[in-house]
Design a protein around this ligand. Structure first.
Ligand code: AMP
Ligand code: ZN
Length: 468
């Protein structure tokens, strides 16, 4: 039985989709003013694994993701500068150029992490009319009020407000942590439409029945989710920071406008943190995928690292743990290459024949069905690899089968001969290394990598293999 921890009910629940064997998923996407850091990317990896788990269980997915290219202020609580406008000033570009550049960078990261793209991407700036229409409905139903800097949602008018957070004391208290816009009736009220500042021309602004301005950050997801998936839809995801502000505010708008819960299941991934605390641009300690590549680390090693911690537990990042993940991943690739040396090995079997192998597949399914328990699934895979009772053919079959969920590109490993040219370059690099000509050795390594191969120094000497 497929079970997920549903934040809204604070328990693991059996997943029952609205339409048989179909799952509608909405995931809050990036704010495209900077590169996504590995904390953000942990959340997208978790959501990708969720999709793969659903697919493995026979579901057809319709997945929507937004691109926030306007309206996300530097404080989630409607104060501060628009992140996009800030980014444009920093880079002396237009906000549109900033949005395009970082959207492309984000998509490139997804590819490098083997994260499948959503079926539909929607930009916030493409749904301004629809967002205004939603605010009009809320106005008709008496949920909004106007103050100096914008139009706000009155959370005191909605009895169910904040039910995602659970215990009352977890709700935001007046004056706590966040700066509150002057004139707000309740601390939890949030902006639906912000007016352009009087003394400043914004690059992105639109006319509305209430004045020229831009939408608040919490409205776009409501519009995009419901327009594409209906109300309610099956699953809404994000990271845990969204449990306190963003998602309660989405739920509130949908409930006030349509009288229904927006989605049936709310799944939240825990944060990636550093030993010293939060990873944040303001702390100057963010790590992006290019940093991994500069250190010669396969981005999929980061994916592997994420698999080792349950999505609802904090993942404390360190370079040592990432290198450990890289070693384990390389070991896994080597295992497959070794399996492939078995001449009798053919394409994966469609049906497993032994009870031993079938039992591994059954346990794998049980783990992933139990709220996506990837650490247990990963440990099971290693146990299976070491099990002498399982034939090479069945090992190979099971590995490729499990990888439909792990997403480590195991199927890409082919019986490849290392070309003579690459072998020669590897020998040359080794010669340079023996002669302590580090610069030349490094240049030769770069040449090898340019040709699509990696070289790794192991206790038994350097090993060359195709990039996976
Ligand atoms: P943003 O681009 O700031 O809107 O964030 C993109 C996604 O990353 C959101 O779902 C955030 O909740 C999530 N996120 C932000 N920081 C972290 C972190 N350190 N670990 C995991 N997820 C995060
Ligand atoms: Zn959202």
């Amino acid at each position: 039985m497929l079970k997920f921890y549903n934040t809204i009910n604070r328990e693991k629940q059996e997943f029952k989709s609205i339409k048989d064997k179909k799952a509608g998923i909405y995931t809050c996407g990036p704010t495209v003013y900077w590169f996504a850091h590995i904390g953000n990317l942990r959340t997208y990896i978790f959501e990708d694994i969720l999709k793969k788990v659903l697919k493995y269980n026979g579901y057809k997915i319709k997945h929507i993701m937004n691109i926030t290219d306007v309206g996300h202020l530097t404080s989630d609580a409607d104060m501060g500068e628009d992140k996009l406008e800030k980014g444009a000033k920093r880079e002396k570009k237009t906000v549109w150029e900033i949005a395009e550049f970082y959207t492309n960078a984000f998509k490139k990261d997804l590819k490098r992490l083997n994260i499948e793209e959503p079926n539909i991407w929607v930009k916030a700036t493409e749904t301004i009319k629809e967002q205004i229409d939603l605010i009009k409905i809320l106005e008709k139903k008496g949920f909004i009020y106007k103050i100096e800097d914008g139009i706000y949602f009155d959370t005191s008018k909605l009895k169910t407000y904040g039910r995602l957070q659970g215990k009352k004391e977890k709700k935001i208290k007046p004056g706590a942590r966040i700066k509150i816009a002057t004139g707000k009736k309740n601390p939890t009220d949030f902006a639906l439409w912000k007016f352009s500042p009087k003394n400043e021309k914004r690059q992105m602004e639109w006319k509305s029945p209430w004045g020229v301005g831009f939408p608040g950050w919490h409205t776009e997801c409501v519009v995009m989710g419901i327009e594409n998936l209906g109300i309610p839809f099956d699953i809404h995801c994000g990271a845990i920071d969204h449990i306190t502000i963003h998602h309660p505010n989405e739920i509130a708008q949908a409930e006030a406008a349509y009288g229904k819960i927006m989605a049936n299941y709310w799944l939240h991934g825990e944060f990636l943190i550093l030993k010293q605390g939060k990873m944040a641009k303001s702390e100057g300690n963010i790590v992006v995928i290019d940093d991994l590549i500069k250190k010669n680390i396969n981005p999929l090693a980061f994916r592997y690292l994420c698999l080792g911690t349950h999505y609802r537990s904090k993942l404390t990042f360190s370079w040592e743990s990432l290198e450990g993940a890289q070693n384990s991943l390389n070991k896994l690739y080597e295992k497959i290459i070794k399996l492939m040396e078995d001449k009798s090995l053919s394409t994966p079997l469609s049906i497993l024949s032994t009870d031993e192998a079938k039992n591994y597949q059954k346990r794998f399914l049980e783990f992933i069905q139990n709220d996506i328990d990837m650490p247990k699934a990963l440990a099971l895979m290693w146990q299976m690899i070491k099990n002498k009772k399982i034939s090479n053919q069945e090992k190979y079959t099971l590995l490729l089968d499990f990888d439909k969920v792990f997403g480590l590109n195991l199927y890409k490993i082919k019986k490849t001969e290392i070309p003579k040219k690459i072998k020669n370059l590897a020998d040359l690099r080794e010669k340079y290394r023996q002669e302590k000509k580090w610069k030349e050795a490094d240049e030769t390594r770069i040449e090898i990598e340019k040709q699509g191969f990696t070289i790794e120094d192991t206790p038994t000497g350097p090993k060359t293999q195709p990039v996976i």
